[in-house]
Design a protein. Structure first.
Length: 255
């Protein structure tokens, strides 16, 4: 983790706490509570609003007060997909920054279709694990359901290709995290295998990135700094796990 990114991570957290950005989330059933608490812990204001009838209103609110949208496809059904597409469409039209988390991409044709349709609305950030990013790129990532069996190193070329093709930023997380716009790439060390045993680490990170891009002008740098901040927090969770041998959890998320 570079000194520059670490310093920016602290400044970014202060900025989030000062501004309290609205982060409008399409979360999945598994991670919704944890994601909301993660956002509250850093001073952001989460709204878990999934109805397509609200998409226009929430996108306009986000536009006026500089909020952001996050979309996580983890437990989508056809109706939720319709709602998410309406939200992404309105976010795109109103220049609201947004994050797409393609949970389980590659596991089913339905998930792949979700991502293909959503990415047309130009997410500011695409954040996924190695298998998910490779699947989005049209490669076989070998994922096991929503779990990754490919490393972030395996997926780096795919991440850069997606970023260049779609003119977006891609964050691929793993033992080493990469954040790239296809030209400039940040690498962040600090991932650990035990994080794959904790529910919602990736989902929460995607929401935290939403808060970061709501307040940070440099979206690439803000995303990388958020990953640094999250890794520091996760290292503290890991330390307690190793010292006390308890089952790690983000249920009591606190920055």
């Amino acid at each position: 983790m570079s000194d520059e990114l670490s310093k920016n991570a602290s400044e970014l957290l202060t900025n989030i706490r000062d501004k309290g950005p609205l982060v409008w989330n399409f979360s999945n059933f598994v991670s919704m509570d944890i994601a909301a608490n993660a956002l509250l812990s850093i001073g952001a204001s989460p709204a878990m609003a999934h109805a397509k009838e609200e998409a226009k209103d929430f996108s306009q609110i986000c536009k006026v007060i500089n909020g952001a949208l996050t979309i996580n496809i983890g437990t989508f059904d056809p109706y939720w997909q319709e709602c998410a597409l309406e939200a992404a469409k309105n976010a795109n039209e109103n220049n609201v920054p947004w994050v797409l988390d393609p949970v389980g991409a590659g596991a089913s044709g339905f998930r792949n279709k979700n991502v293909e349709e959503l990415i047309k609305f130009k997410p500011t950030i695409l954040r996924g694990n190695g298998s998910e990013i490779m699947a989005v790129a049209g490669l076989s990532g070998g994922g096991k359901g929503v779990d990754s069996t490919s490393t972030s190193n395996d997926a780096l070329d795919a991440a850069m290709s997606i970023a260049k093709k779609n003119k977006i930023i891609v964050a691929v997380t793993g033992a080493t995290d990469y954040v790239t716009d296809g030209k400039l790439t940040y690498s962040i060390e600090g991932g650990h295998e035990v994080m794959t045993k904790i529910t919602a680490t990736g989902c929460a990170l995607s929401c935290l990135i939403g808060a970061a891009i709501a307040v940070g002008e440099d979206k690439l740098f803000s995303t990388a700094a958020t990953v640094v901040r999250e890794r520091k927090f996760q290292l503290s969770v890991l330390f307690n796990y190793e010292m006390h041998d308890y089952a790690p959890s983000l249920s009591n998320y606190s920055e």
